[in-house]
Ligand binder design. Sequence first.
Ligand SMILES: [Zn+2]
Length: 487
Amino acid sequence: MFNYKALFSGFICLFALAPFLHSQDLRPALLQTIVEKEEPAWEMAQKIWQFAEPGYLEKQSASLLASSLEKEGFKIDRGIANIPTAFTASFGSGKPVIAILGEYDALPELSQEAVPFRKPREIGNGYGHACGHHLFGVASANAALAIGELIKLGKIKGTIRFYGCPAEEGGAAKAFMVRDGLFNDVDVALHWHPGSRNSAGDSSCLARIAVKFRFHGQAAHAAGSPEKGRSALDGLLLAMHAVELLREHTPEGTRLHHTITSGGGAANVVPEFAEGFFYVRHPKAEVVAKLWPRLLKCAQGAALATETRLEVVPLGGTMQILPNDTLANVTRKNLTSLNDLEYSKEETAFALRIRETFPDKAPPLESLKEVLDQAGKVTMGSTDVGDVSWVVPTTGFNVATWVPGTPGHSWQAVACGGTTIGKKGMMLASKVLAVTALDLFQSPELVKKARAELNKKLEGAKFEPLLEKSQKPPLDFRLPSKRNVTE
Ligand SMILES: [Zn+2]
């Protein structure tokens, strides 16, 4: 016979325990763990700042992060999505699976010492962490470690997974990781980004396609026999001019950029090889998809006119971010309540010197106390987090790791990121990520609600990635261009 009495007393037990489980405040212990890891975390961030490795070539940075997690019992999967410097580090088992994204690639031409005036480092490869990804990777890994400890102690149940994501700057690694199904079992993905202000509330961003156009011509003496030459540089310059003319006839919000990565070596030689790096961006992926063939025509037309051969090297496309208000409200609350940013005397002196180098008036240093609301906005940049946000409910926030007013991708950002100003922002980000993850582990309803919001958004919008189906990760896109590629 069915034992109603036992069932009843079981319910009593559960009901008695539920409020205790729910109210069990694990935050102080979690935050304490993060604070205890502050010095090793900062040491690691400084090393990655010094490595300043290019996208897809972040061997030392990725291995440092992975081994720090492995040492604490995380299970590491290296070389995922056919990318040697991509990895995941998981701890725990079962649901929910909460992902924390981390990045670690640097930018070219922005080598800089941690001083408030322009001074490139004498050693190194010319790269610098001008987007603060050394802080990004470490803060995220540190948060994952702290959550891992709570799982180890049996205080929470589920899986925490750190995603080591290379080549955010133009390499679109996360888009390949999404395509390979690496986020299929994830319930929520969290990320953050270094910045010059604190902000939360998900903003969207620009979808983009990146490509390199290589022109192959015929070398000849530029004075003695120019008629025998066909200039690859002419091909590239004409393509750029065509793109400049295209600019006027594109939808509002379009961004087109280009730079020359190779343009010949001597004025008296007709260049036989030239290469340009092009971006096309817009707040909507479908508009980018329509602009892409028009961009291609600019290059094809230029090759035709200059009798050079065009080689197209696609570098990948990324989607705009699909904001998730359910999750963004949680991060906003956590960032606001945990924000303790304040500069010491030395940091203030450094900040005032850095501010003198800005062309425009910068926000006051007291703006560190504020958390701006970004909800509903579109930031004029792109990130491969966009692709993640189409398959997993995703949210992010920004923390002031740079002096207020510092532009991203600047030497000033590299300088700040190498000082304790960057360290303080990194620690705050780590705390906000960990506490938000804890909220998700403790509230299955929140996870469900976030997924329901994403599902609703996907009713009117299909996920059509901007990556070409057969495209491989462009692992060599930061290497000097290859001239002898045959089509
Ligand atoms: Zn970045």
